[in-house]
Design a protein around this ligand. Structure first.
Ligand code: KG4
Ligand code: ZN
Length: 362
């Protein structure tokens, strides 16, 4: 079963063809990073307008790269939740229209669940992407522990089967990706902050500064806003300023060495916090597989720390399938379609805000 996936929930317009939830035929991602970098973050109205311009060429290219005609496509899967409303609407309306015109079943997919399913892509057709991807050699097994770390979510989820999952814990305030982005701003690095902080951290001393790890009532819950504030206070102290000094001017007073040390120390504590709780869940639930998902899963230091601490062979999805992409939507679409009736292409709605819940597939 070949599924065309469509993703437009934030600032990437993407389309992809995946067969049977495992074999990648194409994955076209048009990023708006350059457009939003000027503003230091995603501007929703601009994102939506850019999706409108990109969506048709991106879908056409995904079919072309996959060497597929519409007759070869069995179904369409589209991100309809959660995300920016204007962005979600563009992909969802495009998918609805295509489903009606080409008479294909349509499935609305939850973006955060789909991030986890990037780990199920284990095969690729020749020419699926410009350079072949390094894919996991086998699919994850259940029970599967998933650490989801994106710009909007930080959660530990235990999957007992496809669509059968339990949320063990989640962030009570900022997502870890958000913390990376905010610390990047404090240190004067451009949007998107995660990759910039990660690059800066390579040249820094990870023990130059110590930041506290927050303690939570539920041992699997996270909190990152305290860490971000601790970095801000430490930077203020380092340059001899207090809260009255404009925070966007702080980075100008830091040397490159200080910035690298802050980036490295923050990255160490953020990653240790993520892995501490994943390690506890691993011990408590003895999963057969562990996967990481979401944009921050592209972080090499997170991968290294997880592999070092957890006594299990973790297979990582390639970086391009960790950040937003439609291959993960087409992949989840396949498993979702096994137990579900198709959505109505005339009425499928977008849901900007909906968390992963136990009943999402019920
Ligand atoms: O999953 P994603 O692409 O979009 C959301 O659905 O949120 O995640 C984006 C987040 C951003 O916060 C970005 O700064 C972070 O992932 N990120 C990274 C890295 N690459 C992306 N954070 C740390 N290290 C990276 N290499
Ligand atoms: Zn995402």
């Amino acid at each position: 079963m070949k599924i065309l996936g469509i993703e437009s929930s934030c600032d990437e317009t993407s389309a992809s063809v995946v067969e049977d939830g495992t074999r990648l035929y194409s994955n076209v991602v048009q990023s708006q990073i350059d457009i939003h970098a000027e503003y230091g973050g995603v501007i929703p109205e601009i994102a939506a307008r850019s999706h409108i311009e990109a969506i048709t060429p991106v879908v056409d290219k995904a079919l072309e790269d996959a060497k597929c005609a519409w007759a070869d496509i069995d179904a369409i899967a589209v991100t309809n939740a959660p995300g920016l409303i204007g962005s979600l609407l563009v992909g969802t309306l495009a998918a609805r229209t295509l489903a009606v015109v080409h008479k294909k079943p349509l499935y609305g997919i939850h973006h955060v669940e789909a991030h986890v399913y990037a780990n199920f892509v284990t095969e690729q057709q020749d020419g699926a992407t410009a350079t072949p991807l390094t894919l996991p050699s086998r699919q994850p097994q259940f029970p599967m522990l998933a650490l989801i770390v994106s710009g909007g979510h930080t959660q530990l989820v235990l999957f007992r089967g496809h669509g059968d999952y339990e949320l063990l814990g989640q962030t009570q305030d900022d997502a870890v990706g958000e913390a990376f982005d905010k610390v990047a701003k404090i240190l004067g690095y451009p949007y998107p902050g995660g990759p910039a902080v990660e690059r800066a951290a390579k040249d820094g001393d990870a023990y130059a500064y110590d930041f506290p790890k927050s303690r939570m009532q539920n041992p699997y819950d996270y909190s990152f806003s305290g860490l971000k504030t601790a970095v801000l206070r430490a930077v203020q102290r380092e340059v001899g300023k207090d809260f009255r000094f404009p925070s966007h001017e702080l980075s100008g007073l830091l040397s490159d060495k200080q910035k690298h040390d802050f980036a490295a120390s923050f990255t160490r504590v953020a990653i240790e916090t993520l892995v501490d709780k994943a390690e506890k869940a691993f011990i408590d639930y003895a999963p057969a597989s562990v996967v990481i998902a979401g944009g921050v899963a592209a972080s090499p230091p997170l991968r290294a720390e997880l592999s070092r601490r957890l006594p299990i062979d973790i297979q990582y999805a390639p970086m391009s399938l960790c950040t937003d992409n439609a291959a993960m939507i087409a992949t989840l679409g396949y498993y979702y379609a096994q137990g579900h009736a198709a959505d109505d292409p005339y009425s499928l709605e977008v849901i900007p805000s909906i968390s992963m819940s136990k009943t999402a597939w019920a």
